[in-house]
Design a protein around this ligand. Structure first.
Ligand code: DI6
Ligand code: FE
Length: 413
């Protein structure tokens, strides 16, 4: 990734999101010195003029807010087809689980995704990615899971990686082959899990196409034993694990994820105190996905008060997918996390920066504005950080900086 020349961001009011800091700790206009793609140092004061040596690029933030680049740590950005008709069906009262049992839902997206080639998947994903970029995203996690054969899962992961060639964005990929039982394995879930563990995971590792493995641990997904087999295989191959857990019911998938030192347990509407205690004994992040909660008209909220009580880091992500969260806007998810789940705007911002970075295993290098961290930043034309969670649909991004380079306006779409 291109690092560009040394860069100074002057007149930046910094919202650093440094761990341990309480409150926004909004700085006075300061200068962020960037070198080799990293934050080199931060100097307080507004005395910095545009008078640097020629080889130092200067960007004047004009007193605007600067936050870490936003991180969407849970998406299903790559897919073909639409589920608008399934949406209509659900509005008429047919539940999501029922549609899945009838072979619709995830499997209808699997059929469409299998029919598309890698380049078509890239084409289809770019407008969604542009939506995320417009909302200030600089890093995105993308899962497979609509292929469910070795070749189709590989095709999805390659399409995800291709996106970095078309936009200024960092992509992290996750293998979600255990998302649904493909039709050719109907009635034989354990054989499919064998195939995932013995064929798909080793090949994806060999091709270095994913850094973590996810499982949909649910009655319409895979049970706890099957989930553990996938986690075991992933761990044996040196991959990190994460889980779609406790979304529609409680199967104790979160505790299992924590036991496997998982990166994150995601959804967690049905999580109980036992599961939260397991999280407290681990480094696993709790990822909240308010878009899916809203779109499924779920009424059971994740146990936010208990998560706070046990000091579990909470990330917020879009879950961008065609069935349960067709929303390509991360600040909108911050808004929903506040209005639907009761997060404070500060918690929501931490959820898409510091804690989202931890959920990607990048907590020591991204998601905070401090020395030696990656220089992934957003300059916002707002005057207070709470505004990021507040008004939506207005382009608030003045500029994005990725790996120490100001992205071209076109790349800010
Ligand atoms: N939970 C979700 O919310 C998405 N996947 C999952 O395991 C939904 C995927 C879909 O309906 O296409
Ligand atoms: Fe998901």
């Amino acid at each position: 990734m291109d690092k560009g020349s040394p860069l100074k961001l002057i007149n930046a009011r910094i919202v650093s999101m440094i761990s341990g800091d309480d409150g926004y700790a909004l700085s006075q206009p300061s200068c962020i010195h960037i070198q080799d793609g990293k934050i080199h140092s931060i100097q307080a004061g507004s005395q910095f003029e545009n008078n640097s040596a020629d080889d130092v690029e200067v960007y004047d933030c004009q007193g605007n807010l600067v936050t870490p680049g936003l991180i969407d740590c849970h998406t299903h950005l790559i897919y073909a087809g639409s589920r608008a008709q399934e949406f209509e069906k659900r509005l008429k009262g047919v539940p999501y689980q029922e549609i899945a049992k009838q072979g619709g839902g995830i499997l209808s997206t699997v059929a469409a995704t299998r029919s598309a080639c890698e380049d078509e998947l890239v084409e289809l994903a770019l407008p969604r990615l542009d939506g995320l970029i417009r909302s200030g995203v600089t890093s995105v996690e993308i899962k497979s899971g609509y292929g469910l054969t070795l070749d189709d899962e590989i095709k999805m992961l390659k399409a995800a990686h291709q996106l970095e060639q078309y936009r200024d964005i960092r992509v992290t990929t996750t293998l979600l082959a255990a998302h649904a039982l493909p039709p050719e394995f109907a009635g034989k879930p354990n054989q499919y899990i064998d195939y995932v563990c013995d064929v798909i995971i080793p090949k994806v590792v060999e091709l270095e196409l994913a850094t973590s493995v996810d499982v949909f641990c649910e009655s319409i997904g895979f049970d706890i034993e099957q989930t553990e087999r996938v986690f075991q295989a992933a761990t044996n191959h040196g991959l990190k694990v994460k889980g779609h857990t406790e979304q529609l019911s409680n199967l104790d998938g979160t505790a299992l994820t924590a036991r496997y030192n998982g990166l994150s347990a995601d959804h967690i509407e049905y999580l109980n105190e036992e599961g939260i205690k397991a999280l407290a004994d681990s480094e696993t992040v709790a990822t909240l996905l308010p878009g899916a909660f809203y779109f499924l008209k779920e009424t059971k909220k994740p146990p936010i008060e208990l998560l706070r009580h046990y000091k579990i880091p909470m990330a917020v992500a879009s879950d961008l997918n065609p069935g349960t969260s067709p929303f390509a806007d991360l600040t909108m998810m911050m808004n929903m996390a506040c209005t639907l789940f009761g997060l404070t705007p500060e918690e929501a911002l931490r959820g898409v920066t510091q804690h989202a970075a931890k959920a990607l295993g990048e907590g020591d290098s991204r998601g905070q504005i401090k020395s030696d961290f990656d220089a992934d930043l957003v300059v916002w034309n707002v005057s207070h950080p709470a505004e990021l969670s507040y008004a939506q649909g207005i382009n608030k991004v003045e500029a994005r900086v990725l790996n120490g380079k100001v992205c071209s306006p076109a790349a800010n779409v």
